[in-house]
Ligand binder design. Structure first.
Ligand code: SAM
Length: 223
């Protein structure tokens, strides 16, 4: 049962995370706080950010550097030609799974609300056109895997995903653009069994990223 009534703010509305720690002196009286990764302001005021407990009091730069040392070689890309509202969700999940980067194709502006401030710790690259993304993929030697339920796609449930890849998602309505699908190495679809034509792009991104994790990640390194 939820602790919050129907009109109470839920997790996506909290500006600061409900969990967290107070000032260092209150939490660790008498202990040294000389770790260079610590942020003096957080030590003084406490740390209520949406970060795992292992990163309490760490500066943003120190957290990014730590994740950078063990990011996975899969990237995520989403087409953003019409202000897709799912990008925040995609960024948050990409952060959770330590994706190498999130690529936004089309409009630069996107709705950050669903990201829950996780974009501060995630590399985000903007590409004005799909061509720019394909060029990036070629230079970085990344396979492009389009994710959409269209004729000719192969089931994600049985597909082997390339280790070094970009998982490319479309937007509500049009889905992955025809040009992007043509340029992709392969297109995978998520099996559906109900009446809806498709699932939410943010949900599809979570399922596809987790499929990559199941195939390639070292689970002993998860939190
Ligand atoms: C709402 S869907 C787009 C519309 C969809 N092509 C249609 O015919 O209704 C938005 C994006 O979510 C992802 N998606 C949704 N359902 C999917 C599924 N069953 N398999 C793979 N991707 C899916 C794809 O990336 C898709 O481009």
């Amino acid at each position: 049962m939820s602790e919050n009534g129907p009109d109470e703010p839920g997790p996506t509305e909290w500006g600061e995370h409900p969990h967290g720690v107070g000032p260092w002196e209150v939490e660790h009286p008498g202990e040294n706080a000389d770790d260079p990764r610590y942020d003096p302001e957080l030590l003084d005021g406490g740390d209520r950010r949406n970060v795992v407990d292992s990163y309490r009091y760490w500066s943003r730069e120190a957290i990014v550097a730590d994740i950078d040392a063990r990011r996975h070689p899969f990237h995520v890309a989403i087409e953003n030609f019409g202000h897709d509202a799912n990008i925040g969700t995609v960024v948050r999940t990409a952060n959770a799974f330590a994706a190498a980067a999130v690529h936004i194709v089309g409009r630069r502006r996107w709705n950050r609300r669903g990201a829950m401030v996780t974009d501060r710790y995630q590399h985000i690259v903007h590409h004005p056109t799909a061509e720019d993304l394909f060029l990036y993929a070629a230079v970085e030697d990344l396979s492009i895997v389009a994710v959409d339920n269209v004729p000719g796609s192969v089931p994600l449930e049985t597909a082997t995903l390339p280790r070094n890849c970009i998982l490319l998602f479309g937007q509500e309505g049009p889905g992955v653009s025809d040009h992007a699908k043509q340029c992709a190495t392969t297109t995978v679809s998520i099996a559906q069994f109900g009446s809806t034509r498709s699932i939410n792009a943010g949900v599809a991104a979570g399922i596809a990223m987790h499929a990559w994790v199941r195939q390639h990640a070292d689970l002993s390194r998860s939190w």
